[in-house]
Ligand binder design. Structure first.
Ligand SMILES: Cc1cc2nc3c(=O)[nH]c(=O)nc-3n(C[C@H](O)[C@H](O)[C@H](O)COP(=O)(O)OP(=O)(O)OC[C@H]3O[C@@H](n4cnc5c(N)ncnc54)[C@H](O)[C@@H]3O)c2cc1C
Length: 315
């Protein structure tokens, strides 16, 4: 540990749309924000080439380019962006207390306010062919990418509420949706299952898993295997939507901040306040419902305003 501990007014953990938006607002409010980017500088959007639904880009944009724009905007107002991973936190429980944070297991910092925007990570199956074709027809977000498959045939993998929701969303856009469910039943709520059953262009294949995603540069189909009989079927599709869940990046906050049973941080009412004073959460880390760049950015703005008001009330 270093001898002189740096003191920061507003520390932002994570560099996705939530973090950069919080940084823009915090910097313009003269809170001199310092951001630690984590290992994925720019967040989840850097894994996609096409972002078509973020307001202000009439022709769409590349995810990495968009995050570079956000970084430049945050830096223009004086945000200090640093590459590093927050590895431990020791948050104060007192109003006006100082929050201790360790970066990369070595550097200790003290912060008056902390904005957590560490996001969530989409779960994938882990097949080599699936990983190779992410961005080439394999997606973990129907709301984000469904539009690109208008009138085409797609597969959705998963059996929970999210999978059922993604399948019904895609059914409105695509020609045909095939749901692959690993077990002999779905985990989704009865209401969601009913919606799936009622939708004419959705077919559900039970006891079925993906053996391989077919195609070299773009998806041309999937080879599905029945895990009871071993029978293999090739399904020609152009899109494969993996809907087996997300994991919020909240490991370091376990036992420190209130979270729900799936690890998402809990914020109070319409605010971004966590259960500890001066600690705020924005973006996908506290939102398993919407999970969009624009909603993450919106809550990033809220977190900076909440932090500014918190500091203002202390004076
Ligand atoms: C393939 C794909 C395509 C998508 N396409 C779209 C789209 O077209 N439109 C749309 O609106 N949304 C899209 N999304 C969803 C969108 O990317 C997310 O909703 C959004 O990025 C969430 O922003 P965030 O700021 O909450 O977190 P994230 O973008 O998840 O960023 C989290 C940040 O936290 C950092 N971090 C994590 N742990 C630590 C730590 N311990 N210390 C420091 N930093 C840490 C990471 O490095 C990262 O920078 C897509 C998602 C994926 C996966």
């Amino acid at each position: 540990m270093s001898n002189t501990t740096e003191k920061i007014k507003c520390l932002i953990i994570g560099s996705g749309p939530a973090g950069y938006t919080a940084a823009i607002y915090a910097a313009r409010a003269d809170m001199k924000p310092v951001m630690y980017t984590g290992m994925q500088m720019g967040g989840q959007l850097t894994t996609t080439t096409e972002v078509d639904n973020f307001p202000g880009y009439p022709n769409g944009t590349d995810g990495t380019a968009m995050m570079e724009d956000l970084k430049n905007q945050a830096e223009r107002f004086g945000t200090e962006v640093r590459f590093g991973m927050v590895t431990k936190v020791d948050f104060s429980k007192e109003i006006g207390g100082i929050h201790k944070v360790i970066v990369d297991e070595t550097t200790e910092l003290e912060a008056e306010t902390v904005i957590i925007s560490t996001g969530a990570t989409a779960k994938y199956l882990g097949l080599e062919s699936e990983q190779r074709l992410i961005g080439g027809g394999v997606s973990a977000c129907a709301t984000c990418d469904g539009f690109f498959y208008k009138g085409q045939d797609v597969v959705v993998v998963g059996a929970g509420d999210t999978a059922a929701e993604e399948a019904t969303y895609l059914a409105n856009i695509c020609n045909k949706v095939t749901m692959l469910v690993r077990k002999d039943h779905m985990r989704a709520s009865k209401a969601m299952q009913h919606r799936v059953d009622k939708t004419k262009n959705i077919t559900v294949m039970y006891n079925t898993e993906i053996d391989e995603v077919l195609g070299s540069n773009v998806v041309e189909g999937v080879r599905a295997v029945n895990n009871q009989t071993g029978n293999k079927t090739e399904i020609p599709v152009t899109g494969v939507f993996i809907a087996i869940g997300h994991k919020p990046n909240t490991e370091i906050f376990k036992g420190v901040l209130d979270m729900d049973d799936t690890g998402y941080l809990i914020t109070k009412g319409k605010s971004t306040k966590t259960n500890l004073p001066g600690v705020f959460a924005a973006g996908d880390v506290q939102d398993k419902e919407y999970r969009q760049a624009v909603t993450a950015a919106g809550t990033g703005c809220m977190a900076a305003l909440d932090a500014e008001r918190y500091l203002g009330a202390l004076e």
